[in-house]
Design a protein around this ligand. Structure first.
Ligand SMILES: N[C@@H](CCCCNC(=O)[C@H]1CCC=N1)C(=O)O
Ligand SMILES: [Mg+2]
Length: 259
C-alpha cells in the first residue's frame, strides 16, 4: 500500500478548500452534506484522540497534525497524545477521547469508544470518492468506471453496485476482477468496446491510468490516488473536472461513518 509522504500533506488546507469547492460545483452538494446523507447523522461535539504510531516505517512528520487540523476544521475537539503507541492509546482514553484515530503502515482506523463503531480509511475513502463520482450533475448516465480494485477501489465499486449503478471496472489483476464480478456484479471494462464514461472513480497508486478512450467529452474524475491517474494532456484536452485530495476527504468520511 502506498504510504503518504510529508510533501503529499503540504498545504492541506489549500488542497482541501479547492477540492471542497469542486465537489460543490460538480455535485451540487457540500461534502459534509453528502456525508450526512451517506451515514445518516451529523457530527456532534465528539472528542477525537489522535495517537502517533511508531510501527513499521514509523511517524510521518505531519500526519497527526493533519488529522488534528481536519478534526478541528469539522468543528470537533481534537488532541494528539503526548505519547505514542500503547502509552498514547492509554493517554487518549484516560483523557476522555470519544473517537480514536491511529494508523500504522497497513491500517488507518477510526474507533468510536461510545458506540463501538469502527471503520478503516480504505473503506471510508472508497465510499466517499465513489459517491462523489456518482453524483456528477452533468452525467446523464448510470454507467460508472472504477479503475483499480484494490482495498479502496473494491470498497467504492461495492458501494456503487449496491446503489444500483452500472459499474464497469478494470484492474491488471485477473483475480481481483473475477472476485468483484462474482461478489458485486461489476462488468469488466474492455478497451475494445470503446465505451466512454462521464464518471470515473480511480483508486490506484499509479499515474496515467486514465486514457483518452475511456472518458466522455464532459467527465468527472474522483480519485484519492497518489499520483494522479489523469494525465495532464487528457485533462487539458477535454472538459474534465478532477476531485483529488490526499487525506481530508477520506478522514471526513471516516468520522461521519463512526458517529
Ligand atoms: N504511523 C504513522 C502514520 C502512517 C500512515 C500510513 N498510511 C498511509 O499513508 C495511508 C493512510 C491514508 C493514505 N495512505 C504516524 O502515526 O505518523
Ligand atoms: Mg482523501
Amino acid at each position: 500500500m502506498a504510504l503518504l509522504t510529508p510533501e503529499d500533506l503540504d498545504n492541506l488546507s489549500a488542497q482541501f478548500e479547492e477540492s471542497e469547492s469542486t465537489i460543490e460545483r460538480v455535485t451540487g452538494t457540500r461534502l459534509t452534506d453528502i456525508c450526512k446523507e451517506l451515514y445518516g447523522k451529523d457530527l456532534g461535539s465528539e472528542k477525537v484522540g489522535i495517537i502517533p504510531i511508531t510501527a513499521g516505517n514509523g511517524i510521518i512528520s505531519n500526519f497527526t497534525s493533519s488529522l488534528l487540523f481536519i478534526a478541528q476544521r469539522l468543528g470537533l475537539e481534537g488532541f494528539i497524545t503526548q505519547h505514542t503507541d500503547v502509552a498514547g492509546y492509554y493517554e487518549a482514553i484516560r483523557d476522555g477521547a470519544d473517537i480514536l484515530l491511529m494508523a500504522d503502515d497497513h491500517l488507518f482506523i477510526a474507533h468510536n469508544l461510545r458506540n463501538g463503531k469502527l471503520v478503516t480509511n480504505h473503506e471510508a475513502t472508497g465510499i466517499i470518492y465513489s459517491e462523489i463520482a456518482s453524483r456528477f450533475k452533468d452525467s446523464g448516465s448510470s454507467e460508472i468506471l472504477v479503475i483499480g480494485l484494490g482495498r479502496v477501489g473494491y470498497a467504492g465499486a461495492k458501494h456503487l453496485a449496491e446503489k444500483g449503478f452500472d459499474v464497469y471496472a478494470c484492474d491488471p489483476n485477473r483475480d481481483f476482477l473475477d472476485k468483484a464480478a462474482h461478489e458485486i456484479g461489476i462488468k469488466e471494462y474492455c478497451k475494445e468496446d470503446r465505451k466512454k464514461f462521464s464518471m470515473v472513480f480511480e483508486a490506484t497508486p499509479n499515474a496515467n491510468t486514465i486514457t483518452e478512450g475511456m472518458i466522455a467529452e464532459r467527465c468527472l474524475v474522483s480519485t484519492p490516488g497518489i499520483p494522479c491517474g489523469l494525465p495532464q494532456e487528457v485533462g487539458g484536452k477535454y472538459r474534465v473536472d478532477l476531485v483529488m485530495e490526499p487525506l481530508f476527504i477520506g478522514v471526513t468520511s471516516m468520522l461521519y461513518s463512526v458517529i
